[in-house]
Design a binder for this molecule. Structure first.
Ligand SMILES: [Zn+2]
Length: 396
């Protein structure tokens, strides 16, 4: 993928679907966002800037349902959940995205996109304004799903809705704009007061901040259908430009005790719980020890193993800090301190480590290189590898 030049510097654009702020602090989410943090840091270490946008889905059914159940305001719930999500991710040492747009503050561009799709003949209005999925040839190709499997997934996820006269005309159509329940937020529009559909939110915010075509679009694998399939369809219909995203990158699901980690099943491991038992850098390395595409199971023993690795690294690097005559007891941070300077500029990464990450972000192999550098007591290599794999997460 060739980066564009922006003000004379090479730059790639990255849009990652962010959290719906109602149960955002578990290891499944951390896996997704730490994976993209490794990607961003790796690309930037090679001298290409990444313009990174990660949205906040604060206008969405699951958030409203949770707020209703808990008897709190949706905005209050969203704000407090976002605060704790950003707190967790900061402890995990991420490079914060350049922009984190919230849907509730971008209604105008989202509504504009819905209006333009409708004016272009891609929408129709019954009980809501729907996108006519049959107008996009290739709906289903991103997720490699047949019509039957798409309908089944919509039904399983309770996204199918009503089909028939006065509702949507086809099972695969999806709302661009819809009415709000009495306790949900509503904004005025030519289609009646209401709120946007889920998919158009991301299309409009991605385009607002990154342009009509983006380089890399990411998210958890459970978003491939229906979210990204629909986002791609409506975005390409909106602009006539193909592709909307040059590459799609999806992270695997994290299981715990044999099942997908989810609040409804009650089998969550929270980031805060993991951080009680291990340094943040160990959590990062434990996440990175799983290839991003795979589903995997969280095991406390795996995290403990990484904590032992991080302790050995800390001892090596603390020796370096003392040796440099700048003792700083307490916190040692992965991507900072003496020896980090060569690792942060372009091209400073050890060759086999960079080759592993260049190979479809093979983080398990990158960790093997980190272990080899540790055995060789190569502080510079350890420091520069950590700055990519663990960001600025603490080693202690
Ligand atoms: Zn999205």
């Amino acid at each position: 993928m060739r980066p564009r030049l922006v003000r004379g510097r090479p730059e790639l654009s990255l849009y990652v679907c962010g959290v719906t702020p109602y149960d955002s602090g578990h290891m499944g989410h951390a896996f997704t966002f730490c994976t993209f943090d490794v990607l961003v840091r790796f690309i930037e270490a090679s001298g290409v800037r990444v313009r990174y946008v990660q949205n906040i889905t604060d206008v969405d059914d699951p958030l409203f349902e949770r707020a209703r159940r808990d008897g709190v305001g949706w905005r209050e719930l969203a704000d407090s959940e976002m605060e704790s999500f950003i707190h967790d991710m900061s402890l995990l040492g991420w490079r914060r995205p350049d922009v984190m747009p919230a849907v509730s503050r971008h209604i105008r561009p989202i509504l504009d996109a819905a209006k333009r799709l409708n004016a272009g003949g891609y929408g129709y209005q019954t009980d809501a304004l729907y996108f006519d999925a049959s107008r996009y040839r290739g709906y289903g190709r991103l997720s490699h799903r047949t019509r039957r499997s798409m309908v089944r997934k919509l039904r399983d996820e309770r996204l199918l809705g009503q089909v028939g006269p006065g509702a949507k005309q086809d099972e695969l159509d999806f709302p661009l704009w819809r009415g709000s329940a009495a306790d949900e937020p509503a904004w005025p529009s030519p289609f009646g007061p209401g709120r946007p559909g889920w998919h158009i939110e991301c299309s409009a915010m991605a385009m607002k901040y990154l342009g009509e075509q983006i380089d890399i679009h990411g998210g958890g694998r459970d978003l491939v259908f229906s979210h990204h399939e629909s986002e791609r369809a409506q975005s390409e219909c909106l602009t006539g430009k193909v592709p909307f995203a040059r590459a799609w990158m999806h992270t695997g699901l994290v299981r715990y005790e044999g099942r997908k980690m989810s609040k409804s099943l009650g089998n969550l491991v929270l980031v805060s719980q993991a951080l009680e038992r291990a340094p943040a850098a160990a959590v990062r390395l434990y996440l990175a020890s799983h290839g991003y595409r795979r589903d995997w199971s969280f095991e406390w023993s795996g995290l403990a193993k990484m904590a032992r690795l991080v302790e050995r690294i800390r001892v090596l690097l603390e020796g370096e800090v003392r040796g440099a005559g700048a003792p700083r007891p307490g916190v040692v941070v992965a991507g900072a301190g003496p020896g980090a300077r060569r690792g942060t500029a372009g091209g400073g990464l050890p060759g086999p480590f960079a080759a592993a990450l260049a190979n479809d972000l093979d983080t398990p192999s990158a960790i093997r290189e980190l272990r080899a550098a540790l055995r060789a007591r190569d502080r510079y290599a350890v420091r520069s590898m950590l700055s990519v794999l663990a960001g600025t997460a603490s080693l202690s």
